[in-house]
Design a protein around this ligand. Sequence first.
Ligand code: ASP
Length: 449
Amino acid sequence: MKVAKFGGTSLASAGQIKKVCNIILSDPERQIIVVSAPGKRDKNDTKVTDMLIACAESYLANGNADEETEKVVTRYAEIAQELGLSNEIVDAIRDDIKERLKITSSGREGFIDSLKAAGEDNCAKLVAAYLQSIGVDAKYINPKDAGLILSNEYGNAQVLPQSYDNLKSLKNIPGIKIFPGFFGYSLNGEIVTFSRGGSDITGSILAAAVNADLYENYTDVDCVYSVNPNIVPNPQPIREITYREMRELSYAGFSVFHEEALVPVYRKGVPVRIKNTNNPDAPGTTIVLHREKYNGPVVGIAGDKGFCTIYISKYLMNREIGFGRKVLQILEDEGLSYEHIPSGIDHMSIVMRESQLTKDIEKRVIRRIYDELAVDHITVEHDQALIMIVGEGMQRTIGIAARITGALARASVNIEMINQGSSEESIMIGVRADDCTKAIQAIYHEFFK
Ligand code: ASP
């Protein structure tokens, strides 16, 4: 059995939905289908999820969202009409959104989540109705009935373990099951969504729960490339990559697949294949537990801007038991999460996402570290980028760091930080944000020509 998830661009119009249905019907093993909300038809279009957020916000601000609701209904109506579906389904979508607008009991965040979820929920109903209209045994599955239970962290929910047992029984339902992505229900029955792009997570949970042979993730690119094609034109495609490698690359900016979505399939060892709805015959990229072929030490290079580093130095820091814990406690008190902590005998660098560190928080953190830990010096370096060079083929291969640093030297890029974990499957380089593109290009050409 395969679980197939289709992203927003795959469902953006009636034409796209027909392509999706052809893909579903071309393989009898595709039995559980997860859908996103209709996405952008072109660059300037708006995703239905964003239209629904606007709807919720307008209602919260003015007690009225008629105009925004009609915009959403019109998007669905166009699709339904072109698919030859009756007006009834469009009326049902309008009623559904109006109903959601009435329920404000779960507070602002819960209210917004309920609206956001309408995108995938109605899309799933529409796709199921279309398949039925062409004589296919298909049915919409409600995540509540199926038992997809999530933590009540609005907009950032996590799956609760009992969901896996509940969802197992999806296997016993005959026909093609159309399951809306992106949301589930909290223990007290309220709608909660994952973070944005979270339909990938739903697909992964279902694939793990039914122990699928394959989790197919259909999007609008042929495969995952070894580097962002906007940075290096026509980069080498990746045919096979391990979960670990994919995790490292998506962390540093590969956005093809939601970062959190790998966890459920990884635990069960279900392989994931990224495919293109617009070119389903392309082989795609398969994410696996182990790969046998290494076409070179590096599988991919990714970079992300928006990092900063707090540098702390104190003479004899290495002798002071508990120093690191006390620093981290200060960060925890401020709700800051850190990314890396490279350290030396008398200094410690804390790399974190810059967006968290507002001017106020920065001031407070520095003050507290000075006052409570009597350090000699603290500086905060902003506008940094992290570049990840990833590949399990780097393990026990001599000279990788030399090649990276050589390429950067030739490109006149200064390395601010370098970090290689003991697993040797990735090397992280910190550079100035301005140098990020140049550095990625230089490293790419070193390993891929
Ligand atoms: N529709 C949601 C979003 O735009 C979830 C998804 O597409 O995966 O974030």
